[in-house]
Every structure is written in structure tokens, then in C-alpha cells.
Design a binder for this molecule. Structure first.
Ligand SMILES: [Zn+2]
Length: 119
């Protein structure tokens, strides 16, 4: 499959960054769901975690994303008190875990196409 002619010249153009963010946002949701299935996550923690993977997303992106995932039934939000501060945590619901299980298979297939079937 030689369908990709790669463009390696990335500019700091902000509209390009927004376009790319659009491309990755599904991966970000899966990443969030993956961690939320392992244990409760919170906004700033997930911003840091995603930062380790090279995603530079701020609260203005992450909180609406988390709320959207709650609305769709993939995450459940609850309030916890941590160091005398009320912190909103998010955990995967049953529906979230089922969605993740299906998505994991899709990621595997994509991964295999992108990295293992190269000739
Ligand atoms: Zn991670």
C-alpha cells in the first residue's frame, strides 16, 4: 500500500495546528478512555499525561472533551476531595469499556497496516 506521500515540512502555522488537532482528537479520546478504564483520571493529570505523548492540549480543549465523553456515556464524573480541594474525576463506564474494547481492535488493525504490512 503506497498511498502515503509524506509531507515532513511542518510549519508553526496555527490553522495547520488546529487541522492536525482535528485529526488527532479521536486518538486523544481513546487515550483518555484507556486511562479512565484503568482508574479515575482528572483534567490536569490527563493534560500532563497527554503532554508526555506530545499533545499540547489546554484546559479549554480537555474539559469540553471530558464533558462530551460524559454526555455520550463513556465516562462518569464524580467529585473527590483531594488536599482540601474539590476535584472532579472521571472513570470509564461499562459502555465506555465496551466502546474501548471495540476501538482497541480498530487501533490494532490500523497499527498493523501502518507499521507491519510495509513492503
Ligand atoms: Zn498515556
Amino acid at each position: 500500500m503506497a498511498m502515503s506521500h509524506r509531507k515532513t515540512t511542518l510549519t508553526k502555522n496555527s490553522s495547520l495546528r488546529i487541522r492536525n488537532q482535528d485529526l488527532y482528537i479521536g486518538l486523544v479520546r481513546l487515550h483518555v478512555l484507556h486511562h479512565a478504564a484503568e482508574g479515575p483520571i482528572f483534567g490536569l493529570g490527563i493534560i500532563e499525561e497527554l503532554g508526555c505523548h506530545g499533545y499540547r492540549l489546554g484546559p479549554g480543549t480537555i474539559y469540553p472533551l471530558l464533558h462530551g465523553m460524559v454526555k455520550r456515556g463513556w465516562l462518569r464524573a464524580s467529585a473527590q476531595i483531594v488536599a482540601e480541594k474539590r476535584r472532579r474525576t472521571y472513570a470509564a463506564t461499562g459502555a465506555g469499556r465496551r466502546a474501548l474494547k471495540v476501538a482497541r481492535e480498530k487501533v490494532r488493525q490500523l497499527y498493523e497496516e501502518m507499521f507491519e504490512e510495509r513492503s
